[in-house]
Design a protein around this ligand. Sequence first.
Ligand SMILES: [Zn+2]
Length: 142
Amino acid sequence: MTNQKPIKLPVAEPHLSVDKLYQYLKGKLSATAANQIEQHLQDCDLCADALEGLSLASQSDTELALFDINRYVKKKSILKKDHAILRDIKNWGLIAAILFLLIFSAVVVWYQANQTKINTTQPAPPTETRAPLQVPTPIPIK
Ligand SMILES: [Zn+2]
């Protein structure tokens, strides 16, 4: 089982920038800086792959591709923000529905309570009121 690739621990320091990798490729770095980059490349597959890719393509092509990628990522992140707003609107709809149910049930309870109050109070007097009896005044006898 010696074929297994050794597990590399995550690199603590930040990844190498494209500019730094180009400087390394063109041999523009000091011996110390180049040594630091080589140490990072031994521990970091991501930067090693990036360096390999940079060595295959021209710098202008890479910068153009990077510009496109950054623009794409920015666009995606803006779309994601839109989805977050939509999700919030959905949540607001749910909150509105719950509030509506609460208010509706409160109105129903209030209505029921008022109905029972009317039923328990004394029966209302008959609305039909009789006119007082007109007693004919006796005619005085002379
Ligand atoms: Zn790295």
